[in-house]
Design a protein around this ligand. Sequence first.
Ligand SMILES: CSC[C@H]1O[C@H](OP(=O)(O)O)[C@H](O)[C@@H]1O
Length: 394
Amino acid sequence: MSGLQAIRYTRGKLEVLDQLRLPHEHHYDTISTSEEAFDCIKTMRVRGAPAIAIVAALAHGVELYHGGCKAPIPTEAISYIDSRLDYLKQSRPTAVDLTNAITHLKAVVRAVDIAALGDAAAPSAIVDAYIAAAEEIFRKDTETNLRIGEHGSRWLLANAPVKSPEGKVSVLTHCNTGSLATSGHGTALGIIRSLHSAGNLHHAFCTETRPYNQGSRLTAFELVYERIPATLITDSMAGALFATKKVGSHIAAVIVGADRVVRNGDTANKVGTYALAVLARYHGIKFIVAAPTTSIDLQTTTGADIKIEERKPEELTQISGAVVGADGKVDISRTVRVATAHQEIAVWNPAFDVTPADLIDAVVTEQGVVVKGESGSFDFRGVMPERWAAVVGQ
Ligand SMILES: CSC[C@H]1O[C@H](OP(=O)(O)O)[C@H](O)[C@@H]1O
């Protein structure tokens, strides 16, 4: 597993790698409150659907560990925990892992047997139950990713439309879905790691992933760090790569992560994913979504109902503070040497887009690979039977 850890935790202490400083600086921020976690997630010092959920869950656990809950009776302790989790839920709206983690944590604290413990002992038992559950979310994520790696690499090797003469596959991935987006190993990048460690990877291509540059700053960093054969391209080069057989002749699949897979299989992921899915279909390349079941939302039936986060224009017009577009924040008269009023270009900056299930060949979860049935739609009951029965019915 990668030596790059987005999250470092021991009971009572949480440290988060500031990904805005990568790849130039390796700096951990100490996170001790829900407010600090909210800001860390909102500003994308930590990002990635699983990592967001883990940091939020553990941050409140640290807060509770250091006496954050003063409630004298159990019902007030539960209300306090609810309020902090509901606050954290607002930090980023599209990825569902955070919502699913919050739902689980609220159920855990409500399962504490207050009657048996009595009002005096119950609040501390509720806090202990919360902390244990938050730590389990963190621990389980790496195991989940290793299983996604196994399932995904096995499926691709069995279904690859093309392989190298040595029987290896080349893939392209978008954004960052590795150790920097999870507790370790990663989801889509986890499949690439599993292919590589088994000697089945010919080459990995990663896209720059504008405007936050998760690909050039984070994924390229992870791939180089582990000496995985890889090439960085800009987002706009993907079509040319697929069409240029000389360079990309063995590309078997595009493998991406997910922020939210909804009941019919439509998937919200980093903006640019939809374009890659269209290109993959046109070029006969498999399109694989790697998604832990924590990223699946059965409550939402189609992608039309997914809330897409829009972020501030400066993330697009500036790169680490260097102005690359007329954003009205810098007097451009000096650069264009004409007297001019400040000009501000309008910016549309959706952080995600939605890929329809029709363009997705497989959704790889830790419970197995889901492909569309004869009806042409995905059915996730096989990988999450209890949640399916609770939400959708038999
Ligand atoms: C396993 S990470 C899933 C998902 O999260 C990333 O978005 P962001 O960097 O904005 O948090 C990207 O969409 C990844 O595919």
